[in-house]
Design a protein around this ligand. Structure first.
Ligand SMILES: [Zn+2]
Length: 286
């Protein structure tokens, strides 16, 4: 790494580190310009980050950096909200949610009161999957049992990434939800023989964003999208306050979809890697 890159890396790392410890906003007026600073909960420690344009939209308050098309942001977010309500159950997302744009490379993340999102994610509908992903987390997840099950990341990240695929498909007609190249690249970083059920044990939770989401995508194709959506609405509602595990998930979907053949499907996709492997094979043949 050359010196300049090292300094850049150091700068971004330090900023990202500071930003990740801040949870709120303070406001002051300087020369009539409203400035917002990040403010920590503890020790009243504040880090000034940027001048923001503030837009209060129906789905939350947006702190935007630079030239962002706020009507596009509003249309996309409200469309995502209606789509999720209609297909996966109505959720009353608070309009108090804050979305703060942060520079590229900081990485998007959510604090208890604010979703921090990289600026480029607000620049075009195509790039808005990141903010839509965080938005979906606010309302359409069930809790996972703590420990190994939680570390699989299936009930937060596989579900959210699946919903994100469906919303993006709806927003962009030429969107390709099962991006096999991304999937293959990710698989190459891991041992392809670890099934979803063992992701927690092996620290492979990151694979739930792709393999977990594709598993749900294939499940929805297998049972039919309407049946899948109805089952998912019931599942999300029934377990909204009760932690679940993979066994509960499989049994519930077999019952809710009224499809005993799902037992084999789950064997292939959750308990072994037959499903992911045959998916890759089928793309090789094309
Ligand atoms: Zn997520």
């Amino acid at each position: 790494m050359c010196l300049i890159n090292f300094i850049k890396w150091l700068k971004y790392s330090v900023c990202a580190y500071l930003v990740s410890y801040v949870m709120g906003y303070a406001e002051n007026g300087i020369n009539g310009i409203r400035r917002y600073i990040f403010k920590a909960h503890k020790n009243d420690f504040a880090v000034a980050v940027a001048k923001y344009t503030v837009k209060t939209l129906s789905v939350g308050k947006f702190y935007l950096l630079g030239e962002i098309n706020s009507s596009q942001v509003e249309n996309t977010m409200t469309t995502a909200h209606s789509y999720m309500n209609e297909h996966y159950g109505v959720r009353d997302i608070s309009s108090n949610v804050n979305y703060a744009a942060i520079p590229k490379w900081f990485g998007s993340f959510a604090s208890p009161v604010t979703i921090f999102i990289e600026t480029y994610s607000l620049g075009s509908i195509k790039n808005m999957n990141g903010i839509i992903h965080e938005f979906i987390h606010l309302g359409w997840n069930v809790p996972a049992e703590s420990g190994e099950t939680q570390r699989i990341r299936f009930f937060d990240e596989a579900f959210t990434s699946y919903f994100e695929m469906r919303v993006m498909e709806y927003l962009l007609k030429d969107y390709n939800p099962v991006n096999v190249d991304v999937y293959k690249n990710q698989l190459n970083r891991y041992d392809g023989n670890v099934p979803i059920i063992d992701f927690g044990k092996h620290g492979y939770g990151d694979l739930s964003y792709t393999i977990g989401a594709i598993c749900l995508y294939k499940l929805s194709e297998f049972v039919g999208i309407d049946v899948f959506e109805k089952a998912t609405r019931t599942f999300l509602e029934k377990y909204k306050d009760t932690p679940v595990n993979m066994e509960i998930f499989c049994n519930e979907y077999i019952k809710l979809c009224d499809k005993p053949e799902l037992e084999q499907f789950f064997k292939d996709w959750i308990y072994t890697t037959n499903g992911p492997k045959s998916l890759l094979e089928s793309y090789k043949c094309e």
